[in-house]
Design a protein around this ligand. Structure first.
Ligand SMILES: C=CC1=C(C)c2cc3[nH]c(cc4nc(cc5[nH]c(cc1n2)c(C)c5CCC(=O)O)C(CCC(=O)O)=C4C)c(C)c3C=C
Ligand code: FES
Ligand SMILES: [Fe+2]
Length: 392
């Protein structure tokens, strides 16, 4: 990734609101895979001194205008954690992204000219912070020295291609800021690396499904099939041992449990890129096959992302649903501004702050097929913030 803003021009400590303001242009922390939306530190007038609480939201970045699509894709294709092109990355990355830009620009134009991810992420983080202010006052006041920062993934289910890639990026960024490797820095980091079955997340999803079910006539409601749809992964990533498919399935199961298994359901996978083998069944095929079988009442539920983006607004709404040609094929709303969801975020963060843990135990175990030095070093750093955990 090309860092446009020299890192030394950043504030020495993570006084992150300054970074947030740079969102209109690419900045180190607005890597294509690391949209760090930063909630202002929780401040209050109490005298407690547990330290600063900068909440760094890690999320997918997205182009805000169609002009930003080219640079966005070139950052994405330069990211070897996401799209490994080996030594040819510096040559192939720009070529592929350039070729892909016109097609993707049209898709962003069709959803209003840009991605709403940043807008929703900023809303979610600032609303969450207001709640945290009340429920976790002991993390105030903000103190720049010797404090802590929480990297909070906005991907509920962990994948090395999403949260892992963002952490690699954050780790590199942190090293430039504070010195490499084990050098103790001014900031103690901790990571919320996954929360696939948090009851509030499950509740927020379930409510959106129930709301959509109510749009069908009562006598038909039980016959509607629920199609959970998640961004797919290349089979090479799945076979390396990535935990994402299992965690997505866990979310689906938890939502169905909350719904009392009221309807039949399937999990399918969308948005594959390029010609290699990806995890299926594909969402578009699934919808077509069910419609062909006469099952024309279907609710699509985006289950691996917490706000609208091109893959809901374009791929699902304007391609899959449009092509199904059946008024019974619908989509559950994304979590976006859901109050239940924002309360869930605050609860995840609150429990994490209370636990004092550096990250989940699961984060210390690399994929069985992982050969990446960067993963190893990144995990050693984040996991090593707490002594008793080890990295394997
Ligand atoms: C859980 C979410 C996501 C996973 C897992 C994921 C894996 C993954 N993605 C690519 C390649 C691309 N993704 C692109 C866009 C994109 N990806 C996600 C989320 C996940 N990706 C989102 C939310 C978006 C859209 C952002 C927006 O602002 O709307 C793109 C760019 C679009 C395109 O060219 O089609 C690419 C490329 C890979 C290779 C991968 C797993 C290894
Ligand atoms: S690829 Fe999964 S830990 Fe490195
Ligand atoms: Fe993606």
């Amino acid at each position: 990734m090309a860092l446009r803003t020299p890192i030394h021009t950043l504030p020495r400590r993570v006084i992150i609101p300054k970074i947030t303001q740079r969102h209109s242009s690419p900045c180190p922390i607005h890597h294509a895979r690391l949209l760090a939306t930063v909630a202002p530190p929780v401040t209050q007038s109490s005298t407690s001194s547990q330290g600063p609480t900068a909440m760094v939201f890690m999320n997918m970045g997205g182009p805000s205008t169609t002009d930003e699509v080219g640079p966005f894709l070139s950052r994405l294709f330069a990211d070897g954690d996401l799209i490994p092109l080996g030594r040819l990355q510096p040559y192939l990355g720009p070529l592929i992204s350039k070729r892909r830009t016109p097609k993707i620009q049209k898709q962003y134009a069709a959803i209003g000219g840009g991605s709403p991810i940043r807008k929703w992420s900023e809303h979610q983080s600032s609303e969450m912070c207001k709640i945290l202010d009340v429920v976790n006052p002991e993390t105030a006041p903000h103190r720049p020295e010797g404090g802590g920062a929480v990297a909070f993934t906005q991907y509920p289910q962990y994948s090395c291609s999403t949260t892992g890639s963002s952490l690699n990026e954050l780790w590199k960024w942190r090293n430039r800021l504070e010195g490499k490797g084990d050098t103790p820095g001014a900031i103690t980091w901790s990571v919320i690396d996954r929360w696939p079955v948090h009851p509030g997340l499950v509740e927020a999803f379930a409510r959106n499904v129930e709301e959509q079910l109510l749009t069908y006539p009562e006598e038909k409601r039980k016959e509607v099939v629920l199609l959970f749809s998640a961004h797919s992964l290349p089979m090479s990533v799945v076979n390396r041992g990535d935990t994402y498919p299992a965690e997505v399935a866990a979310t689906v199961w938890a939502v169905m449990q909350r719904l009392g298994f009221s309807n039949s359901y399937r999990l399918c996978w969308q948005s594959q890129v390029g010609p290699s083998a990806w995890l299926g069944a594909q969402t578009s095929d699934t919808v077509q096959e069910y419609v062909k079988k006469g099952q024309t009442d279907l609710i699509l539920i985006p289950i691996a992302f917490t706000s609208d983006h091109i893959e809901t607004l374009f791929e699902l709404d304007q391609e899959v649903i449009h092509e199904a040609g059946s008024p019974g094929v619908k989509r559950a709303e994304s979590l976006n501004g859901s109050k239940v969801f924002i309360e869930a975020l605050a609860d995840v963060a609150h429990k994490h702050l209370q636990s004092g843990e550096s990250c989940s135990r699961q984060m210390g175990l690399r994929c069985q097929g992982c050969t990446s030095e960067r993963c190893l070093e990144q995990k050693k750093f984040f996991v090593g913030q707490e002594n008793f955990l080890s990295v394997r």
